[in-house]
Design a protein around this ligand. Structure first.
Ligand code: ATP
Ligand code: MG
Length: 420
């Protein structure tokens, strides 16, 4: 894409009303726009990142049998009354509104009720199980804290999958697959080295749930990491019991602040019972479906990558979720210049090979400004075409965003490197 097609512009100054690094950098680089505290619009660059994250999550969910759908944002009071979660005394972060005819409705803050109610129409026999529907969705929560940028939105985007199994055994098999799929997601978005599967509080049907926690000072949770085992325990469940059960020596635990980037939960019959979501077994008896829930905060994940991987110059996207693979910077002050012409040729060639390139085709912009913008935006590969690089033929200056060393390579070498 030509950079002049992007209506967004970078800004040198941090927005005065943002304290979180993710919001500051994402706003300055033109990825998001703040509507109000905890509410952000996603701009074109941000949308490309979000789509990449969604693509990865989608692949991992489909691999374990997930099937994508879309649940409504507006939900009926009756559905929520079944689990006693309509009341503001029980759920304090509802956004509710009233239809013209006086009917009260809620904007979904989670999805268990919606899925239980939908699946009741389709599950009646053991033959209908298991099922793993999921969706990406805007979730509304009237959060009191909203100082963490897109990591804690009043409106945010998530993926939620729900599992509907015949019994605990069938459930457990899927639950283990979900753990692997989740680890794959965090590895693929570049957070593998910082993210721990963390034991957290469970419920009536399981002693623990599992959170995926990314170590960062910007986190709101406290976790205790066992490096040798590669797992962690959330402070909320840290007792001598847990340590014995998980065969963890305490002395070995390291306390860290962390960001919850996802969680998986065995729900058992908690929702199937109130919804009378049951099925007929092979013997013909009617029993409740065993459920599980699996969430990932897509926008929180995007914010977390910025928190964890950025440097003093700006964002450093991993290639897997970067808005573009290559940032192409011709230096020279008009479109008749050699560097502009050669950059154009390179742009055409790279894009024809399926490489995503952001071509900084702005004219009359100083080299220093182009470099600073490029560092701020954080595209993984920077390619500079200048009179200097072209003086001995078709050469460019190539640098990785996360490296300080630039090198001169030929067009051919560059293309080879980027398509390898
Ligand atoms: P937290 O403990 O951080 O409030 P939660 O346990 O309430 O989160 P869930 O309801 O289980 O979160 O939601 C699933 C995932 O959605 C979380 O793991 C997190 O990644 C993300 N998430 C939750 N709340 C928000 C929010 N306000 N803004 C952005 N992402 C969120
Ligand atoms: Mg939580």
């Amino acid at each position: 894409m030509r950079q002049t097609q992007l209506f967004t512009k970078t800004s040198k100054d941090n927005p005065s009303d943002e304290v979180s690094k993710n919001a500051q950098l994402l706003i300055r680089a033109g990825y998001i726009h703040k509507e109000m505290a905890g509410v952000y619009s996603i701009l074109p660059l941000g949308y490309r990142v979000m789509e990449k994250i969604i693509g990865i999550v989608k692949e991992e969910m489909n691999t374990i049998g997930g099937i994508q759908m879309k649940t409504s944002a507006i939900q009926s009071k009756e559905v929520w009354e079944k689990t006693n979660r309509w009341s503001d005394d029980i759920v304090d972060n509802w956004f509710k509104t009233t239809l013209k005819n006086g009917t009260e409705v809620g904007l979904s803050f989670t999805n268990e009720e919606a899925y239980s109610s939908i699946m009741k129409n389709f599950i009646s026999s053991y033959k209908d199980l298991p099922q793993y529907p999921y969706d990406f969705k805007t979730i509304f929560r009237n959060e009191t804290r909203s100082k963490s940028g897109i990591m804690r939105g009043r409106e945010f985007y998530w993926k939620a999958l729900y599992s509907f199994s015949a019994d605990q055994e069938q459930h457990d098999t899927f639950y283990e697959k979900a753990k692997t799929a989740y680890s794959n997601v965090y590895k693929r978005v570049g957070l593998g080295d910082y993210t721990y599967m963390t034991f957290a509080s469970g419920g009536t049907f399981s002693k623990y749930s599992h959170e995926f926690q990314t170590v960062s000072d910007a986190g709101e949770d406290l976790i205790y990491i066992d490096e040798a085992k590669g797992i962690a325990i959330n402070k909320e469940v840290l007792t001598d019991d847990v340590l014995a059960e998980l065969e963890i020596n305490r002395d070995s635990l390291v306390e860290k602040k962390a960001i919850e980037v996802g969680n998986i939960f065995s729900l058992g019959f908690k929702f199937s019972e109130p919804f009378q979501l049951t099925y007929k077994t092979t013997e013909g008896t009617e029993v409740p479906v065993f459920m599980g829930s699996y969430g990932i905060g897509i926008t929180r994940l995007m914010g977390t990558v910025v928190e964890v991987l950025s440097d003093e110059k700006g964002i450093v996207w991993p290639e897997s979720i970067a808005p573009f693979k290559v940032h192409l910077l011709p230096l020279g002050d008009d479109i008749t210049s050699m560097s502009f012409e050669e950059a154009k040729n390179l742009y055409i060639e790279l894009t024809s090979k399926g490489i995503e390139v952001l071509w900084d085709d702005r004219i009359n912009v100083m080299a220093g400004e182009k470099f600073a913008d490029s560092d701020l935006i954080g595209i993984p590969h920077r390619v500079v075409v200048s009179a200097r690089s072209l003086k001995d033929g078709k050469f460019v200056e190539y640098k990785k965003r996360n490296s300080s060393e630039a090198k001169i390579v030929s067009f051919e070498e560059l293309i080879q490197m980027l398509t390898a």
